[in-house]
Ligand binder design. Structure first.
Ligand code: FAD
Length: 482
């Protein structure tokens, strides 16, 4: 970092908000995808939207790239530092700015933790619906950037369905207001564009989200099955009946074992467990819940546990929500992937994953939002064994190829980030990617905002579309299988 740029930063933020010490920078080397690491050039911790704006403007004036970071729980390397770039960490922007119960909305700074939103409106009988399993630690700003989902997104939709407006600092330092306090605003849907753009278009500094009234009744059950197909058949039958559960989650035997070891949810030993939750008016939930229980029995459930208290319900969810982190109990390292398949193709894709597990010799746990067809294979490996980390990456690439072949997607909620940009051409035609790049370049003509993420090739404003650069994954011949 050159002296003039540092001097500019010191005029904008307090000296202790700039981290340069090697040991302090260590903490920011990676996000939740720990296998990708890069030391940031410098970390800045602004305290206000004005300071964010000042830092971004300084980056623009001095031609320095920057990466926004929330709480660093992302699983696709979206907040991975870029060599020589500034990491703008938004954790100090953690204030709740306005709670407007009559209009069912709340305005927060981006560093507010997801669960804090529900906590702050809970006493009024409201909550914030998108509930990533990381909701105790991830930030709303990160949720907006990733368009995060969660167990209850089957019924309630993803982050994009709950954000009403944002303030965002564009890569040239201009502060813009997008959307508003209303459910819709005129003009092109810039808000839809920004949500899910993975920090590549702007830095979000203020967010208005809608909040929902707590449902009158919630009923939750856990059902165990001898085969994953039986659990999948329950999900298909429920949806075919026109029942839209608040959540339908599945875990396989390895994920159950890991969760048991970590948080003791007392799940029955089984090949597969299914968690089904219904919510809404009491009369409706009670009658539909009988259908759910009957459907589980019809498909041979070996055990059914119906939660009869809030504690029991919380215990069931603790088992599911801890499942990723719990893999650390059964494997020295693991790599969480995120792909989507049409729900009806779940059994076929899962059987291919089990076959791959046998062939590769790496254990693969499976946790998934069954209602959305959103798979989270957890690939276990030991980085101390030469070649195993690379093999885990190859296995992940192969699983993603199954998703694409089944008509699915490279990501359901964790984003593309640095992890999967090389696979984008397997899902999109060159023309489609070029259009996305032109949109990105309209926001960020100099390519300073989270460069190298999402797209396989960096492109600046006005650049002529060219052939995609060969990536190591192609060189290794893996692209043929995608
Ligand atoms: C155990 C575990 C469970 C998880 N479960 C889920 C789940 O169920 N569903 C789900 O969707 N995700 C899940 N995640 C992934 C992760 O928690 C989400 O992607 C979350 O939204 C990231 O938030 P963050 O604050 O940690 O963002 P970070 O990791 O810091 O950043 C993520 C991306 O957002 C960008 N960004 C962050 N803040 C801003 C901002 N203010 N303006 C612009 N860009 C910004 C960054 O540049 C980066 O590209 C899980 C992660 C873990 C570790």
């Amino acid at each position: 970092m050159h002296a003039a740029f540092l001097a500019a930063l010191e005029r904008i933020v307090r000296r202790d908000a700039i981290l340069r010490d090697e040991t302090e920078l260590l903490a920011y080397e990676s996000d939740g995808l720990a296998r990708l690491r890069e030391r940031p050039g410098l970390v800045v911790l602004p305290n206000s939207a004005e300071e964010v704006q000042g830092v971004v403007r300084a980056c623009h004036e001095h031609g320095v790239a920057f990466v926004a970071r929330g709480h660093g729980t992302g699983l696709s390397g979206g907040a991975l530092p870029v060599p020589g770039a500034v990491l703008i960490v938004l954790t100090r922007l953690n204030r709740i700015l306005d709670v407007d119960i009559p209009n069912q909305r709340i305005t927060v700074e981006p560093g507010v933790v997801n669960l804090e939103v529900s906590r702050s409106v809970g006493p009024h009988g409201f909550y914030y619906a998108p509930d990533p399993s990381s909701q105790q630690v991830c930030s709303i700003g990160g949720n907006v950037a990733e368009n995060s989902g969660g167990a209850h997104c089957l019924k309630y939709g993803f982050t994009v369905h709950h954000v009403l407006g944002v303030d965002a600092v564009l890569p040239d330092g201009e502060l813009v207001h997008i959307g508003g306090d209303l459910v819709d605003t005129p003009g092109p849907d810039l808000l839809g564009l920004l949500v899910g753009s993975e920090g590549t278009l702007a830095v979000v500094t203020r967010i208005v989200v809608r909040i929902l009234r707590r449902p009158e009744t919630v009923q939750t059950l856990l059902a165990a099955f001898d085969t994953i197909d039986a659990g999948g058949a329950v999900v298909s039958d429920l949806i075919a009946e026109g029942i839209v559960p608040a959540a339908v989650e599945m875990m396989d035997a390895l994920a159950i074992r890991a969760a048991e070891a970590a948080v003791h949810p007392n799940f029955p030993p089984a090949d597969t467990v299914l968690i089904v939750e219904l919510d809404g008016p009491a009369s409706e939930v009670t009658s539909l819940f009988d259908v759910v229980v009957a459907t589980c029995r019809r498909h041979g459930a070996t055990a059914i546990e119906v939660a009869t208290s809030d504690e029991q319900r919380a215990r069931i969810w603790r088992g599911r929500k801890a499942a990723f982190a719990a893999m650390g109990r059964v494997s020295p390292n693991y790599y969480v992937q995120d792909g989507v398949v049409p729900r009806t193709r779940l059994p076929e894709v899962l059987s291919r994953i089990r076959d791959l597990e046998r062939r590769s010799g790496l254990r693969i746990g499976n946790v998934f939002h069954a209602g959305d067809g959103n798979l989270h294979p957890l690939i276990c490996y030991d980085e101390r064994v030469p070649g195993e980390a690379d093999k885990a990456v190859e296995v992940a690439a192969e699983i993603l190829s199954y998703c694409i072949e089944a008509g699915g997607s490279l990501t359901g909620e964790h984003g593309i980030g640095a992890d999967k940009s090389q696979y984008m051409p397997t899902m999109f035609a060159a023309e489609d990617l070029a259009l996305m790049q032109r949109v990105r370049a309209a926001f960020d003509p100099r390519g300073l905002c989270n460069p190298g993420k999402v797209f396989p090739t960096p492109r600046l404003c006005g650049e002529v579309p060219g052939p995609y650069r060969q990536h190591p994954i192609e060189a290794a011949g893996l692209a043929d299988r995608m």
